[in-house]
Design a protein around this ligand. Structure first.
Ligand code: NAD
Length: 248
């Protein structure tokens, strides 16, 4: 499959590593101009070297900061055809009674508020052109408990609400919004286990029910499908890409 994104500009957040890096690589391979964003400038430099394409543009910065969102729009020359809200952070598997305010606020701001703000920023142009696609990276933790800590679980459930509500409001204007919910994936995401109680609750469940980790390219295939016109009849879907974990 080539050329699905010829002449299109796509934005990918968290593009320096893991799933986001694979999305950026695949979009470049399929013809897009890609604005790759990450909080790590080093990772973006490595991506530039690996991809070696003049269609790759980079913006380093915290996607939760409004300056970064403005810089992304500028790098895209104001035209974003496809948006992958992918950057996300874990919560150290902390259960409700052990959450600090700092941890809650940071997880919510990166995983939920940033995708909302970036979506809000690209929507006017998409509506004006009558066409646009948005894909949010949710998680197994977006549909159930027992896959992460409470802050992460709440943030990813909210990402699913953001996805469905945006799909509902803007589908009639030609803008499709969907989410992919990964199970375990081989990436660099930091997943420390900071709670004995969470370990006691999650250990037996996760030890027996989680399928083998997927590779980031498998997630990028699903996400780019939803970003492309191949999925023209799909809006507001939450596509589980979890090796069947959610069937258990
Ligand atoms: P990763 O850590 O390998 O890559 C994420 C990238 O996002 C990193 O390069 C990081 O520097 C960047 N990033 C983090 N915070 C940022 C911020 N505030 N601003 C800009 N960039 C930021 O992780 P990944 O596993 O590829 O995660 C991608 C998405 O997939 C996340 O939303 C995550 O919640 C979700 N997810 C991952 C898994 C998994 O098992 N890896 C499972 C379910 C969902």
């Amino acid at each position: 499959i080539t050329g699905r994104f010829e002449g299109k500009t796509a934005v990918v957040t968290g593009a320096g590593s893991g799933i986001g890096k694979s999305i950026a690589e695949r979009l470049i391979a399929e013809g897009a101009i890609v604005v790759a964003t990450d909080i790590s400038a080093e990772r973006l430099d490595a991506l530039v070297t690996a991809v070696a394409s003049e269609r790759l543009r980079t913006v380093s910065g915290d996607v939760a900061a409004s300056e970064t969102i403005a810089a992304i729009l500028e790098a895209a020359d104001g035209v974003v055809d496809a948006l992958a809200n992918n950057a996300g952070i874990m919560d150290a598997f902390v259960p409700t009674a052990e959450i600090t305010d700092e941890q809650w606020d940071r997880v919510m701001s990166v995983n939920l508020t940033a995708p909302m703000r970036l979506t809000r920023a690209v929507l006017p142009g998409m509506i004006e052109r009558g066409h646009g696609t948005i894909v949010n990276t949710a998680s197994e933790a977006g549909i159930r408990a027992g896959a992460s800590g409470t802050a992460y679980t709440a943030s990813k459930h909210a990402v699913i609400g953001l996805t469905k509500s945006t799909a509902f409001f803007y589908g009639p204007k030609g803008v499709r919004t969907n989410a992919v919910a990964p199970g375990a994936v081989n990436t660099n995401i930091e997943a420390p286990f900071n709670s004995a109680w969470a370990g006691e609750r999650l250990g037996p469940i996760m030890g027996t029910t989680v399928p083998a980790p997927a590779e980031p390219e498998e997630l990028a295939a699903a996400i780019t499908w939803l970003l492309s016109d191949d999925s023209s009849n799909v809006n507001g879907a939450i596509l589980m890409s979890d090796g069947g974990w959610s069937t258990i």
